[in-house]
Design a protein around this ligand. Structure first.
Ligand SMILES: Cc1cc2nc3c(=O)[nH]c(=O)nc-3n(C[C@H](O)[C@H](O)[C@H](O)COP(=O)(O)O)c2cc1C
Length: 326
């Protein structure tokens, strides 16, 4: 028997496999036993009703998909009155993902959402372009990340997970800022900004022009970020980006992730979410691991490669980038 349980701060998960925000709904109970998941992560909710972005909102890529959904939501009232009770029919902890345009509203939303007894964790989506003024993205700047996280931290004693953006120039600095402001865990990460053009129509393939890329193509980039961030922070890091099979889960954990979230693959093959849990137990058993948590950060660092990596130039500089909402 392999112990698949992991701890994300004070939150105990029976296994490290969770759906990513925006990729999951309780309708999936038709094709899987939702109670087997490590946690349930809801679609991002904001205060007001949002209609979302113009269609088409998604397009296929060779390496995954590009989306700009625009965070459609019926708003916080509907979420608390209808969606949370729907999730509460299932046993895994519920992670509510919140978005806001200002630090004030993030704080107020946190108070309201965290007050619901069936919400176990607040995931802070600062990695979509909701910031007012400017439609920017809080997770592109250390100071914005710090300020928002600090306000959220002050508004609840429930665990706060901050979801970072791979579009930040220096994702490590952003992760450190979130930790210093009191985050309990980091989710690395949201989608990578991209553009697909339809060469028959000469128009962007999706209605909002730019979109966020997810799926297998982004995996090595996010694995690298998970590794870099987890080396610098003490809080747990949750890996998210392009996970399609059990080997990807293992790779993220070796890089430093304590748990993972799956998005793209749910659209391709929803039931794989649960199949991967069994495959993870099998993978550990075959290799003699009694606890999956032993994999976290177990990548062996070659000292020579480390010396070269330390001398390399920093990857990008923090600059403002417009990132479409997922
Ligand atoms: C259609 C779609 C909708 C998404 N909606 C959200 C969302 O509401 N909130 C959020 O934080 N991330 C959202 N994401 C990003 C995913 O949660 C995840 O971070 C990203 O897709 C990378 O994981 P993947 O490569 O496994 O898909 C969305 C992604 C997709 C593809």
């Amino acid at each position: 028997m392999v112990d698949l349980s992991v701890k994300i701060g004070s939150v105990e998960l029976k296994n490290p496999i969770m759906p990513a925000s925006g990729a999951f709904s309780t309708d999936l109970a038709q094709v899987m036993d939702i109670n087997r998941l490590g946690a349930l992560v809801a679609k991002t909710v904001s205060r007001e009703y949002r209609i979302g972005n113009p269609t088409p909102r998604v397009a296929e890529l060779e390496c995954g998909m590009i989306n700009s959904i625009g965070l459609p939501t019926r708003g916080i009232g509907y979420f608390l009155d209808h969606q949370v009770p729907d999730y509460a029919r299932f046993t895994p902890p519920l992670v509510a993902s919140i978005s806001a345009t200002t630090a004030d509203d993030f704080e107020a939303m946190t108070r309201e959402v965290a007050a619901h007894p069936d919400v176990d964790v607040i995931e802070v989506n600062i990695s979509c372009p909701t910031r007012n003024p400017g439609g920017g993205n809080f997770a592109l700047h250390e100071d914005h990340t710090f300020q928002v996280t600090k306000r959220i931290r002050g508004a609840t004693t429930k665990p706060v997970w901050v979801k970072l953006s791979p579009n930040a120039g220096d994702v490590v600095a952003i992760g450190v800022a979130a930790e210093e402001a009191g985050a309990d865990a980091l989710v690395v990460s949201n989608t990578i900004l991209g553009l697909k053009i339809n060469i028959d129509t000469f128009r962007p393939a999706i209605g909002n022009k730019f979109g966020g890329i997810s799926g297998p193509g982004i995996k090595p980039i996010i694995v690298r970020m998970v590794h870099q961030v987890s080396q610098r922070v003490k809080i747990p890091v949750i890996g998210c980006g392009g996970i399609c099979k059990v080997e990807d889960v293992v790779e993220y954990m070796l890089a430093g992730a304590s748990a993972v979230m799956l998005g793209y693959i749910i659209f391709r093959n929803p039931s794989s979410l649960v199949a991967i849990i069994d495959q993870l137990a099998e993978w550990c058993h075959k290799r003699g691991f009694k606890r999956v948590a032993e994999l976290t950060g177990a990548m062996i660092n070659d000292p020579i490669a480390e010396t070269f990596a330390a001398a390399a130039a920093p990857i990008g500089q923090g600059h403002e980038t417009f990132v479409p909402a997922g």
